[in-house]
Design a protein around this ligand. Structure first.
Ligand SMILES: Cc1ncc(COP(=O)(O)O)c(C=O)c1O
Length: 422
């Protein structure tokens, strides 16, 4: 029998069984700053989770906090549907000047509801409207959100089963390296597209993550992404890159697809765009795709003004001078070195690693070991989550602003956690 400490009892008695993260981290968190959280008993935890990628600039980032406090204190607009506000104007202008224009990206900006899945639903709906077709192609182990449209293009069987109705109009194809490099890229996909007897309805769009975050830190090669973009162009399908978890600098560049040199037709952005953990989503698309009628895709919480304020401050502070990418790649190399050493030391565990920028995955021959490592890491004061269809991958997702010393501390704690499972 598990005995619930009194501090956790209301969560157990009142909050739904659906809760998940709090089960792996049985503490009541109270404060957070940068890469550290503190629980109500004063225990400190180093954060290698960063709000599932929503806190790329750390908790309560002082630059963003100052901008937010000033805005609230001067009674800036908090809720405004999609009305024009000074906060929204500042965000749009900064996003254009700091992100879109220097990268020569031809996007218009749509604000759907505030969460990532809202942006995915908007992207799918727009692609279907533009092409007049219902079918969407997604990839094995993809994760795009929990609402029905997003679930239909998500791979995970457990999450799909929760829908309770058939999930239709989505067809999965093998992600990069799904077939262990034994089959030429897109052989199956191309064959289905050209064969009138294949049973595949002509797709409106293909939706892809450049690195599958929830699916197990599966990294698509740049040449695979380029071949996918080329396939979409040749076959008249729109290319949607879901950059909700891997965008906002997680892989180095602001957009994760920049390294491949492709320009997707539609891009979804959320998680770290506000920079402060405040909900905000964007659906970006090429100007010629802007076929929406006014109000055709609506919602009460589109355009979260306090989130515009912190998003603008984040873009100005971290992206205007081009330094962020270099910092992230340097920290990424630090992680890679540590994982190499760890896997070499624990060769008997069949450990391997993969990643890009500052998102890394560590896998063991025994899938259950990943959860054990995360449990030991929590006891040692490090927050780490698993990913992958069997939770078989330890996922490292620290804030991009973490210092080299903090990163080193977390990596050493990870090594101790692994050793504790041997
Ligand atoms: C790639 C990707 N798309 C969509 C989502 C859904 O975002 P949200 O949980 O904010 O709805 C996530 C969340 O993890 C994600 O990683």
């Amino acid at each position: 029998m598990t005995i619930t400490p009194p501090a956790l009892s209301v969560f157990e008695s009142l909050e739904s069984e659906v809760r998940s993260y709090c089960r792996g981290w049985p503490a009541v968190f109270d404060r957070a700053q940068g890469a550290r959280l503190t629980d109500e008993d004063g225990h400190s935890y180093l954060d290698f989770f960063a709000g599932a990628g929503s806190l790329n600039y750390g908790h309560n980032n002082p630059v963003l906090k100052r901008a937010l406090i000033d805005y609230i204190e001067r009674d800036g607009i908090t809720h405004g549907l999609d009305m024009a506000t000074t906060a929204k104007r500042a965000f749009l202008e900064t996003f254009q000047n700091v992100i879109l224009r220097p990268r020569d990206l031809p996007y218009k900006v749509m604000f759907p509801g505030p969460t990532g899945t809202n942006a995915v639903e908007a992207a799918l709906k727009l692609a279907r409207k533009v092409k007049g077709r219902e079918s969407i192609v997604s990839f094995t182990n993809a994760f795009h959100g929990m609402s029905l449209g997003s679930l239909a293009v998500t791979g995970n069987a457990f999450k799909r089963a929760g829908a309770g109705i058939p999930l239709v109009h989505g067809t999965p194809m093998p992600f990069d390296n799904y077939l262990d490099g034994r089959v030429p890229d897109f052989l199956w996909f191309e064959r289905l597209l050209e064969d009138q007897g294949s049973g595949l309805n002509k797709p409106a769009a293909v939706i892809v993550e450049t690195v599958q975050g929830e699916g197990g830190i599966n990294v698509a090669r740049a040449e695979w992404l380029r071949a996918l973009a080329d396939l979409c162009r040749r076959r008249d399908m729109l290319l949607i890159v879901d950059d909700i978890q891997m965008g906002c600098g997680r892989t180095g560049a602001f957009f994760s697809f920049e390294e491949a040199g492709i320009v997707p037709d539609i891009v979804t952005v959320s998680k770290s765009i506000s920079g402060y953990g405040l909900p905000l989503s964007l659906c970006l698309f090429k100007g010629e795709l802007d076929v929406w009628e006014p109000g055709e895709h609506n919602g009460t919480f589109r355009g979260n003004n306090p989130a515009f304020v912190t998003a603008t401050a984040a873009l100005e502070a971290y992206w205007a001078d081009g330094q962020m990418e270099k910092h992230t790649l340097a920290r990424g190399e630090q992680v890679e070195q540590a994982l190499l050493a760890l896997c070499t030391e624990h060769g008997r565990l069949g450990a391997s690693y993969r990643g890009r920028g500052l998102v890394w995955g560590l896998e063991f021959a025994d899938p259950a070991r990943a959860s054990e490592v995360c449990a030991r890491a929590f006891e040692l004061g490090l927050l780490l989550e698993t990913s992958g269809p069997q939770s078989e991958v330890v996922k490292l997702l620290p804030p991009l602003t973490i210092t080299p010393e903090e990163l080193d501390e977390g990596l050493r704690t990870l090594a101790r956690a692994v050793a504790a499972t041997v």
